[in-house]
Design a protein. Structure first.
Length: 111
């Protein structure tokens, strides 16, 4: 379970970095009137390619992050189930002990 936490932290860092990288790309630049249409299209295409790659990376990291969270939740549910069964056993043992009171002998001291 400790390994899952480390992976989760690593994935959170990767996700944050991808968000930061995507934000650093900013908005696409406005078409420049002095350039021909195809040059503006190429510039926009380059921007879209970069943002698409970052978004793909981000989605991939989110998928891995979600899988890690699902594993952790599954482990927690398993632990919860085990704890419930232990509590039931303990309660059952306590109830059976309460039903049968302990008999103690009174000892008399003889001088």
């Amino acid at each position: 379970m400790l390994g899952l936490g480390n992976n989760l932290s690593e994935l959170k860092i990767r996700i944050q970095k991808a968000h930061d990288d995507l934000a650093s790309l900013g908005e696409p630049s406005q078409p420049l009137t002095e350039m021909i249409g195809s040059t503006n299209a190429i510039r926009l295409n380059e921007y879209l390619s970069k943002t698409d790659a970052k978004k793909t990376e981000l989605i991939s990291d989110y998928v891995l992050y979600t899988k890690q969270l699902e594993q952790i939740i599954s482990s927690l549910f398993s632990i919860q189930s085990e704890l419930k069964s232990i509590l039931k056993e303990e309660t059952s043992m306590m109830e059976s002990t309460d039903i049968k009171p302990k008999r103690t002998r009174k000892s008399t001291k003889k001088n």
